[in-house]
Structure formats: structure tokens, C-alpha cells
Design a protein around this ligand. Structure first.
Ligand SMILES: [Zn+2]
Ligand SMILES: [Zn+2]
Length: 157
């Protein structure tokens, strides 16, 4: 992410240096596409103060319905950075900020109810299929009948 590197010489004429990069896809453990806007102000001979925004989306798998969805992110950057030789690279900083945005339980939408085990439809709170969830009831009925059979058999003896 060379576009996100500030060089010492850039501050010789200007007190403020701007960097902008679109369509960034840093390796953060999931697919993503980020736009970064940064402004740096020289804070001392060896440090700059960087502020700006990171916006874009992560492609995540919903933890309820397992569909891939675009998870929007919008991060404010505000940090002091030290020169490493003649430059400050913001690449790692941006990467770490983006990784922190990956939720523990990704949800395609707050009201996602997951996938119906009967018809396979992706259900939402106000848009759900009419299937009953039969699995547990059927299983319970089956076990109840088995017990009754067993009970009747033992009684007859
Ligand atoms: Zn979902
Ligand atoms: Zn259904």
C-alpha cells in the first residue's frame, strides 16, 4: 500500500500532507474493499499526527443463514506515528483497524432468522416462510410412541 506512505521530504514545503487510496484489498482474513483518506500534520522532527477515514465493506458469512453479505465499515483514524527512516507507512495501521471491524458473530441483517430447515428459505423477522419447525416435534412424537409401544408390550406379559 505505497499510496499510504508519508515521506519526510513531503513535509518540507507543506505542513499538511494528504493521501488517498481507493479499491484497497489488504489481507485481513476475509475479502474486503477499502477507501482510505488520510491527512498528516508534522508533530515533531520524528513524528506526524495522522487523521482521516477508512470506509468500505468486508465480505462476510452470516452466522445465521451462512450467506455471504457485504458488511459496511467506517473507521475514524487518529494516531501519532513515528518516522521509520524517511517514511511512515500506514499500511499495517489500516490493516489492524480493519481487522478490528470483523464482528465475532457476523449478521447479514439484525432480523435474520437463518435458513428454514424445511424449505431452505432465508428467513427474516417480517418475511418468514410458513413452515412449522417439525424436526423437534417429530422426534419427540417418535420417542413417545416408542415408549408407549414398549409400555404396552411389557404390560401384556
Ligand atoms: Zn443471515
Ligand atoms: Zn420454510
Amino acid at each position: 500500500m505505497i499510496n499510504l506512505t508519508f515521506f519526510l521530504h513531503e513535509f518540507s514545503d507543506n505542513n499538511e500532507v494528504y493521501k488517498k487510496a481507493d479499491g484497497l484489498r489488504p489481507d485481513i482474513g476475509c475479502e474486503c474493499e477499502l477507501s482510505v483518506k488520510l491527512k498528516a500534520i508534522k508533530a515533531s522532527d520524528i513524528t506526524i499526527y495522522v487523521s482521516g477515514t477508512v470506509e468500505g465493506f468486508l465480505t462476510l458469512e452470516c452466522s445465521r443463514c451462512l450467506f455471504l453479505y457485504r458488511h459496511p465499515i467506517s473507521i475514524n483514524v487518529a494516531c501519532e506515528m513515528k518516522f521509520n527512516g524517511d517514511r511512515v507507512s500506514m499500511a499495517d495501521e489500516i490493516r489492524e483497524l480493519a481487522i478490528l471491524e470483523i464482528p465475532m458473530k457476523p449478521l447479514c441483517s439484525e432480523d435474520c432468522l437463518g435458513i428454514c430447515p424445511v424449505c431452505g428459505r432465508q428467513n427474516k423477522k417480517d418475511d418468514a416462510c410458513a413452515c412449522q419447525e417439525p424436526s423437534k416435534n417429530l422426534q419427540a412424537d417418535f420417542i413417545k410412541r416408542k415408549w408407549e409401544d414398549l409400555f404396552n408390550k411389557t404390560k401384556r406379559r
